[in-house]
Design a protein around this ligand. Structure first.
Ligand code: SF4
Length: 235
């Protein structure tokens, strides 16, 4: 007989507000939390809502809180959480739209505000090369999948709604340290303020939860150092 798994999921909708709903399903070998949610939505309760896309820790859509830990549902093996009842909640500090789906608009507006892209001469017929050394500098920050786990875990994003937060500042590292980006300096200078890098108090909850092991707090510190170097050079 198949082993059973019990999941307790925090639900929300406009009419009934918030409640906990319990489900019991058969455990399949290698089953992830995302697969369990998918099974429930398809076979038990079609009203259960959650985001997902790639199922392989690449898209960042299925970040949520599982047994008190912010993580990706597609990256979490159920067998590692047994025998307890598994508690699943939406990403903390975000407004919940329905069940496990949260409102990402504010987070994405902040992301867009730092110009997270490369500016280059589109009309040049020369390749824009990157040195191996420069690639090493962004080897971590480039891995971000914008799952917002770090933004959710950071204590400061809850207290200061203007603070950009670790994911956005990591994007500043990724595009501001890339030697191929003509506007790298401008991107770095954009966060030379209290809403940017200097709002970070290096509490490092972001580093604890990042599923791609980017260590955003270290990346923010590197941006702070770059800002200081730029100000010395400008003297
Ligand atoms: Fe997710 Fe890590 Fe990127 Fe933050 S830095 S959004 S936790 S991948």
């Amino acid at each position: 007989m198949a082993k059973k798994v019990q999941l307790s999921i925090k639900r929300y909708n406009d009419t009934e507000n918030t409640w906990w709903q319990d489900y019991e399903i058969d455990l399949k070998p290698g089953m992830t939390i995302l697969e369990a949610l998918y099974f429930i939505a398809e076979n038990v309760d079609g009203s259960l809502s959650f985001r997902y896309s790639c199922r392989g820790a690449v898209c960042g859509s299925c970040a949520m809180m599982i047994n008190g830990t912010i993580t990706l549902a597609c990256h979490t093996q159920i067998s590692a959480l047994l025998p307890e009842i598994i508690k699943i909640e939406p990403l903390p500090k975000f407004k919940v739209l329905k069940d496990l789906i949260v409102e990402m608009d504010n987070f994405l507006e902040k992301y867009r505000s730092v110009d997270p892209f490369m500016l280059n001469d589109l009309h040049s017929d020369k390749e824009t090369l990157q040195t191996p050394q420069n690639r090493k500098e962004i080897v971590n920050s480039v891995k971000c999948i914008l799952c917002a786990s770090c933004h959710s875990a950071c204590p400061l994003t809850a207290f200061d709604e203007d603070y950009l937060g670790p994911a956005v500042l990591n994007a500043v590292h990724r595009f501001g340290f890339d030697g191929r980006n003509k506007d790298a300096g401008k991107i770095i200078q954009k966060v030379n303020n209290q809403n940017g890098t200097f709002g970070c108090k290096t509490i490092s909850r972001c580093t604890d939860v990042c599923p791609k092991e980017i260590e955003p707090s270290k990346r923010i510190t590197e941006v702070k150092h770059r800002i200081k170097e730029m100000s010395y050079k400008g003297r």
